[in-house]
Ligand binder design. Sequence first.
Ligand code: ARG
Length: 498
Amino acid sequence: MAKQGKSSKLWGGRFSAEMADIALDFSESIAADSRMAAEDIWGSEAHALMLAKCGIISRDDLKAILTELEKAREDLQAGKLPLRRELEDIHMNVEVYVRQGAGPEMGGKLHTARSRNDQVVTDCRMHLRTRLLDIMEAVAALQKALLQRARGNERTVMPGYTHTQHAQPISVAFWLSSYVSMLARDQDRLWGAFQRTNRCPLGAAALAGTSFPTDRAYVAKLLGFDGVVEHALDAVGSRDFVAEALAALCILMSNLSRLAEEFVLFSTYEYGLLEIHDSLASGSSIMPQKKNPCIAELSRARAGLVYGRLMEILTLLKALPSGYNRDLQQDKPPLWQALDESEMTIRALEAMVRTVKFNTGRMRELVGKNFATATELANFLVANRGLPFRTCHEIVGGLVAQLIAEGKTLDDHRRVQEILRRHGQELSLDEIEAVCDPQACLVRQVSLGSTGPDSVTALLASLKAVHAEALKQARSARRRIERARERTAKLVKEALAL
Ligand code: ARG
């Protein structure tokens, strides 16, 4: 293939030497690009259809080009599309495939009014948009699992924590649904990232557009984009959509790492609030008694990995001059890795949520032992004795200190009554029992968004609706992309039949 004294590359016209092995090794991007092969072929079909529609290539040329692109798709689906490293990237491989089947002229014509610079960012946007939808659907599945486990546990009482210290009684449904609420914002961020990703840069050419009378909106439509990235220089040189997707993944992973951490913590002997299913834990090679929450620990750790990928992208982008720079090629490995690891983390946690066992007896035991209803007792004094909250806080604080000194708890109703009497507060034993019982305390919480069962029932209903809406958004976006794929396939078929 090498011509005398010249580079064998398709771009080699002005070169007098073959590319050095080290240069090729250093710069080829086949591994990361291979994920975008289907997108590259679809993009080429849409581009060719547009060139013919605009009279830039003939119908016969179109037919010859599309015939090869169809074969390339079949080879790809059969796992035998040749991806040659020496051709550097996916775009060159597809173009060379067309040249080899239909002759160099056809490969050359296909590349009219486009550049690898707009091709690569088009492929990347197409691949990323689908992965963002995958992730939205995975998050929705996790939300669904959390909601299912929450339902029926609106009155299952457990300790609620602040500063990792017992604070007030909450329900298991309230605890689980807090993650559904967080994840709803993640869905929103992923959707925002999707919307800014799903814009078509193809036709920007290298940086300045083209003198050919192209129709970029037509290409965008064929490729299932919601519109074009209009400014050609911006279209080829910007990757803020990659940074945005990664930022959304980082925040999602941060939220997921909190859930993972609570699985680790709550499954310890010391807490004993829950038990991770055996299928999602592992043992020790030396200590026979061990059951380690490895999947939860690794979920927690994966957040760090994804943060690192964002930092990699931000550093890559910092201070890049305008237009395409080869640095940008390095955006894909971290992007793919962050997407893969995030999706796996979501799925692992979903499995964990589905199968976790709640130790409700231990929850009840802990929540009654450590003054979790002290706030409610102070509230009772405010509501029934007309005292300012601060005064009641002081009284109950003194009561708690006294009980701790005596090794007693709020369960010791007679002692509670005596100590309160000394503070000038007369409460019946029935009143004390009603106020200090964690279960009764839970039921009394009535404010909007509180842990009370009525409030939680309302929360679960609204979170379910929000979850369904995000899922609907993702699914209908996926259908729009599939329809665009079908439309392109139909046009290809018609062009080939002519
Ligand atoms: N492999 C390149 C990338 O991933 C494609 C664009 C290369 N353009 C160029 N002029 N070398 O960014």
